[in-house]
Design a protein around this ligand. Structure first.
Ligand code: FE2
Ligand code: FE2
Length: 187
């Protein structure tokens, strides 16, 4: 039964889709072509809500929590790194949002700060997803019993309906990701 990490890996695919768009937008900016502030605002809403509050939350508070208890610290060092990366990503989102305040006025300092934080964000989160998919999740699959996986899968499903996230989190953010693809295509 691989359902737990499969859910997370499917979510990674959606996050990677948006990361690719952010990388593309950065290349445009590097070459003097402006991207609308609206694109970045929408993308940051996706990153905050889907990647951070929904996806990273499930990993840290449900999966890591259980693994830390179960493996009595054996996985703590790798989970510490993963947690640090989550935190750095949150930092980047905050910095990007801050840069966006002045970005649309063509403020060169805002563009500089945006480029800086975008580069870090995309790079860290891609490496993070690689680490989880290829190294950490296989370890987690081995460590958890079938019952624990079942219980985690149930808890994951409950997160879909968490009040502060307004429900149907995956579907809603899938639509947002598609809108972002369209925004990049037709500008
Ligand atoms: Fe993660
Ligand atoms: Fe993840």
């Amino acid at each position: 039964m691989m359902i737990v990490t499969q859910i997370l890996t499917t979510e990674h695919q959606l996050i990677l889709k948006v990361l690719n768009l952010l990388k593309k937008s950065r290349e445009e900016l590097e070459n003097g072509r402006m991207i609308s502030g609206l694109f970045y605002e929408k993308a940051m809403n996706f990153c905050s809500e889907f990647a951070d509050q929904f996806h990273h939350f499930k990993e840290e508070f449900l999966l890591f929590g259980l693994l830390s208890y179960k493996k009595k610290g054996a996985l703590d060092s790798v989970m510490g790194t993963l947690r640090y990366q989550h935190e750095s990503c949150r930092h980047c989102i905050a910095k990007i949002r801050q840069a966006l305040n002045k970005y649309e006025e063509n403020d060169e300092m805002a563009i500089t700060l945006l480029l800086e934080s975008l580069a870090v964000y995309v790079s860290l989160l891609r490496r993070h997803i690689y680490l989880e998919d290829q190294i950490f999740f296989p370890m987690a699959e081995k460590a958890l019993s079938i019952d624990e996986k079942k219980s985690l899968a149930e808890q994951f499903a409950n997160e879909e309906n968490r009040n502060d996230l307004k429900g149907s989190v995956f579907e809603r953010n899938q639509i947002i990701a598609d809108e972002l693809v369209q925004m990049m295509k037709f500008r």
